[in-house]
Design a protein around this ligand. Structure first.
Ligand code: PGA
Length: 251
């Protein structure tokens, strides 16, 4: 696991975008595993800039996203499909038919999860982008007593539902569950790139880098992957910088 220091959010976004862009340049028909959340937005902005400046071509790129809320249709502005269009897909020359996200509108969880796993088998990611939750979750793989292997349906915790309520008109509109890629789906990517910023990620980054590999800290499993890079800003590296500065590299 390589941990790269970034000065701030902007620097993190630029350094991480450069790693992702290198994959697109080396392999124009690559498969990008993508993530939602606030952390990757700046990275996506950098990719859009690369496209606008003629440095990046997404015409043959394919994408697979980590997760999607259940019960939301693609046109809901809270869906991850909507997020990806708003923050990336609508601004680059990617073919929408080449972008894949679990279908939250499919009420048949077993069928939808099997469909998505078959898709991941057919097109494993060349690089998987991840954010990280304060509790170490990756995708919607929350702390648990065992690692969930395949794509599965997760019931959202009350705290997640409450935290999401502000985005919806009525509390009963907040999704109760989500489909998420499992740990195997994430770990089969050839490369993994995790981005983190802000002081509220500092403790979990230290745990992921130095604590035990265990399902109670889902992201710790990444230590078993041969090609993982974490790009984190100085605030997110605050704890690790004190306990184990040798693990942090400048480039
Ligand atoms: P964030 O979310 O990027 O909004 O912090 C990360 C995550 O929960 O995976």
């Amino acid at each position: 696991m390589k941990i790269i220091y970034a000065k701030d959010y902007d620097d993190m976004s630029k350094k991480a975008a450069a790693l992702l862009a290198a994959v697109v340049t080396a392999k124009p028909d690559c498969v990008l595993g993508l993530a939602t959340g606030s952390t990757p937005v700046g990275l996506y902005r950098e990719l859009i800039r690369g496209y606008e400046e003629g440095r990046l071509d997404f015409s043959r790129v394919r994408t697979v996203n980590l997760d999607e809320y259940c019960g939301l249709t693609a046109d809901s502005d809270q869906s991850y499909v909507y997020f990806m269009r708003e923050n990336l897909f609508d601004h680059i020359n990617i073919d929408p038919a080449n972008t894949h996200i679990p279908n939250g509108a499919n009420p048949d969880a077993a069928a939808e999860c099997a469909r998505y796993d078959a898709l991941l088998d057919a097109m494993p990611a060349d690089i998987q982008l991840l954010g990280i939750g304060n509790n170490g979750h990756i995708g919607f793989n929350e702390p648990a007593d065992s690692f969930a292997v395949g794509t599965h349906q997760v019931m959202l915790t009350k705290s997640t539902i409450d935290a999401n309520a502000r985005f919806f008109a009525k509390p009963e509109d907040v999704p109760r569950s989500a489909y998420t890629m499992g740990i195997a789906g994430i770990m089969r990517a050839k490369k993994i790139l995790l981005v983190a910023n802000g002081v509220n990620k500092a403790e979990i980054i230290e745990k992921v880098a130095t604590g035990p590999v265990c399902p109670q800290v889902p992201a710790s499993v990444l230590r078993l992957h041969p090609d993982v890079t974490i790009v984190a800003d100085s605030s997110a590296l605050g704890c690790l910088q004190k306990s184990c500065p040798a693990l942090i590299s400048e480039e």
